[in-house]
Design a protein around this ligand. Structure first.
Ligand SMILES: [Zn+2]
Length: 458
């Protein structure tokens, strides 16, 4: 699970860069020797490609991995763990991990956390992780402290949550007096909601840090979590296909990947590496931390804003802008218009009138565990008229509260244009029209689930 907060070392970018450079050339040699796909398709590549020459390497798409699955497997190794990528059956694959690579990951982070063991404030802090790994076998990272896993889908935990996380603990005093809470963002949001509903006094909370992973957290939700818990929220970015996390940097607010992964951002139109602006994220899993099924220059399907060479921690930083399928990326009259799904989510989260996926008080009642708090909306581009429409389901019928709705529609339109450079360009260059369409609430949970505008990671 996510214990990257444990490996929170602050090696400067030079160290990360050096480690990645060495691992990258080893990775290229390794995959050409052991993985059929790379032996075949890298045959005509130059013998030496360094870390700054990623443009020389072909882009790897998810569809290619799916259609040539067996060729991406290193058959000389056993399989110790599997991870499932999300998507429909035709659009997902099983990632296999070998015992050797899992050992390297564990050892690496053990050593990294030992370096900083001296700086431990106390040995009375404990870690609570939420949930099981829903994507397959958990990839173990070392934990320095006492560790408890809470499964929110098991209702038996609920009466104990206040006692575990609050200073009035009796049965749980043995755990310690400071808690680091770690879990997928949707579970952290769900836990926070039920604690509020159960009358938990957050001023008695033992939680001193919270690490969220897995989903895009809007600024509104981020602020809500920070205000509710009174602690800084740490947010991690990761995808199933590539082992490793990117953490939000305390210095530059961008995300930096752990050195066991090589990230890059490419131009949407040319596919070449870029130093700034919005592009597609690619990731390379590095040897020896990935051996059974290495993915090189893998297109993750994430839209990110890149910033290179601006932070001491790492040479590449990025801000997630959401998933590509929920975004609009269109060339209109030779102008590239990008409406990142993150902009839509950020704006919709500011308006309580927007309907959201229903969240019950039982975790199992959720239509999907990933849907907690997602707005019901659809972003549609009409290529005949060059119109972009944002359809939004409200909590009430816009026709009944027509005056309220008319104001709301104009407010959301204005906020969207203010937030999104692509929409500013669309209107400034008169390339097309943008409008918000308000619709009544969904008739039932199934319809709601179909409208869920979620941009979580696969
Ligand atoms: Zn930084």
């Amino acid at each position: 699970m996510d214990a990257s907060s444990e490996g929170n070392f602050e090696a400067s970018w030079k160290h990360r860069h050096h480690l990645r450079s060495v691992l990258f050339s080893e990775t290229l040699q390794y995959v050409q020797k052991y993985v059929p796909w790379y032996s075949r398709s890298y045959a005509n590549l130059p013998s030496e490609i360094n870390i700054g020459e990623l443009d020389k390497i072909p882009l790897l798409k998810k569809e290619t991995v799916i259609s040539h699955y067996e060729e991406f497997i290193n058959h000389s190794l056993q399989t110790a763990a599997v991870q499932h990528t999300s998507g429909t059956t035709q659009n997902s694959f099983i990632l296999q991990r070998s015992p050797e690579e899992l050992k390297y990951v564990y050892q690496f982070f053990s050593e990294v956390s030992n370096v900083h063991r001296d700086s431990d404030k106390s040995n009375t802090s404990f870690i609570v992780t939420l949930g099981r790994n829903t994507h397959g076998d958990p990839i173990l990272r070392p934990y320095k402290n006492k560790h408890l896993t809470i499964d929110l889908s098991n209702a038996a935990w609920r009466p104990h949550l206040k006692n575990i996380l609050g200073s009035n603990q009796s049965l749980f005093a043995y755990l310690g007096n400071e808690c680091n809470l770690i879990g997928p963002a949707h579970q952290i949001l769900f836990l926070t909601t039920i604690l509020i509903d159960d009358g938990f006094d957050f001023s008695t909370s033992l939680v001193k840090s919270i690490s969220c992973s897995g989903e895009y957290l809007t600024e509104t939700k981020y602020a809500w979590l920070e205000n509710t818990w009174g602690v800084k929220i740490r947010s991690d970015f990761s995808i199933c296909e590539v082992s490793g996390y990117a953490a939000k940097c305390t210095y530059c607010s961008n995300y930096h990947y752990e050195p066991i992964v090589l990230p890059d951002v490419i131009d949407i139109e040319t596919g070449q590496s870029i130093n700034h602006g919005i592009g597609f994220l690619t990731l390379t899993s590095l040897y020896p931390f990935t051996q059974k099924m290495p993915l090189i220059k893998y297109l993750t399907g994430d839209l990110v804003k890149v910033s290179r060479g601006t932070c001491e921690v790492d040479s590449l930083g990025f801000t997630p802008m959401g998933r590509v399928p929920q975004s609009i990326i269109q060339t209109i009259n030779n102008s590239l218009i990008i409406i990142p799904s993150a902009d839509v989510l950020e704006v919709l989260d500011e308006f309580p009138d927007v309907a959201h996926v229903t969240t019950g008080h039982q975790y199992q009642e959720l239509s999907s565990r990933y849907d907690v708090g997602y707005p019901l909306a659809r972003l549609v581009f009409d290529k005949n008229s060059n119109e972009i429409n944002l359809f939004i389901r409200l909590r009430y019928s816009p026709n009944f509260f027509w005056r309220q709705s008319a104001i709301l529609q104009r407010l959301i339109e204005a906020r969207m244009v203010e937030k999104c450079e692509g929409l500013q360009r669309l209107t400034r260059e008169r390339l097309g029209k943008f409008s918000v369409q308000l619709l009544p609430p969904p008739k039932n949970p199934d319809e709601a689930a179909q409208w869920s505008y979620r941009i979580s990671q696969p």
